[in-house]
Design a protein around this ligand. Structure first.
Ligand SMILES: C[S@@+](CC[C@H](N)C(=O)[O-])C[C@H]1O[C@@H](n2cnc3c(N)ncnc32)[C@H](O)[C@@H]1O
Length: 310
């Protein structure tokens, strides 16, 4: 039997503005137009995919069009096979395991008028201790969103130079004590005592920073864990592939919506959406309102940008 829970705990963010913006161009298609696809690059727990399917099905004009949802995480796909069994059977939804950097074979030749990505990790991944994404639960020092390939966080830490690690903690974590933490980790490596679990790493980080800074608003290891997750999963490179290649498969008049959670990501999205052939539909990023952030704390740092292909 599968060990993947069949239901998701992930709460999708800013669903309404994403769906409204993405479905609009489908309402303008002539009735005899061929089937067009909406692409969700980050299937996750399937929250946005479900809303897109529902929105397309809700009007006779759009009901023929279909959704293609991708994710790199095999567990997300397994869960989606259960959640969307009916839609898959009806052919209204296709799902496939792909990274942003590998999606081109599926996009080639497919008319697409809407694309979305909800970056980072899902609550299902965060809550799964064996993924090693959280220092709140003891797990192996892994952090891969696709655990079947690439380097685990521990392998990464056993190879990275101290300078590079410091830069990663600084750039991806905006960590004030980046150099001190990098130096403490590399010192442990020299002693052949590199942490093997999330809690061991969290303790090492806490001990590396000045005592007065250990008890801030957020846990002292939060920024380092975020930075390491971004590095282990090559998230910046993946985002560059999404923005530089995959979204160019949109047809003119099509729209892209991207939800990001980190200032570096938002900067990249903002820049890409201001370049030809795109025109931003959001001058400033949309953010979740108070009602949504109180229901879903993860929505607090979300920034949504939408653009149209000219
Ligand atoms: C925030 S979650 C998406 C949640 C989803 N929108 C929902 O409503 O349930 C992000 C998902 O994107 C996937 N992901 C992140 N980077 C990816 C990449 N480069 N290629 C493919 N999938 C990626 C993660 O595995 C994760 O499942």
């Amino acid at each position: 039997m599968s060990s993947v829970p069949s239901s998701t705990v992930h709460v999708p963010i800013l669903v309404e503005p994403i769906v409204r913006a993405l479905v609009e161009p489908y309402q303008l298609l002539p009735e005899d137009a061929p089937v067009h696809w909406l692409v969700d690059f980050t299937l996750g727990g399937g929250g946005h995919t479900a809303a897109l399917l529902e929105a397309l099905a809700s009007a006779p004009r759009t009901a023929r069009h279909k959704v293609l949802s991708l994710d790199q995480d095999p567990e997300a796909l397994e869960r989606a096979r259960m959640r969307f069994a009916r839609e898959l059977e009806q052919g209204r939804l296709e799902i496939a395991r792909r990274r942003f950097s590998e999606a081109e074979d599926l996009l080639e030749g497919r008319p697409v008028l809407g694309m979305m990505a909800d970056l980072g990790f899902s609550s299902d991944q965060m809550d799964s201790a064996e993924r090693g994404l959280s220092f709140q639960s003891e797990g192996p020092l892994d952090m891969r969103l696709d655990p079947t390939r690439g380097r685990s966080c521990r392998e990464f830490l056993s190879q990275v130079s101290e300078d590079e690690l410091g830069r990663i903690l600084q750039d991806y974590g905006e960590e004030r004590f980046a150099r001190r933490i990098a130096s403490a980790i590399i010192q442990r490596r020299r002693e052949k005592k590199l942490p093997t679990t999330t809690r061991e790493l969290a303790e090492l980080i806490v001990r590396a920073i000045p005592a007065g800074a250990r008890h801030g608003r957020i846990h002292a290891a939060t920024r380092t864990f975020q930075a390491l997750r971004i590095a282990v999963n090559e998230e910046m490179n993946e985002l560059d592939c999404l923005l530089g290649r995959a979204i160019l498969f949109l047809k003119p008049g099509g729209r892209a919506a991207i939800l990001s959670f980190h200032s570096l990501e938002d900067r990249k999205v903002k820049h890409a959406f201001r370049q030809e052939p795109f025109e931003p539909l959001t001058r400033k990023p949309l953010e979740a309102d108070e009602a949504e952030t109180s229901r879903n704390p993860r929505a607090r740092s979300a920034k949504l940008r939408i653009a149209e292909r000219l």
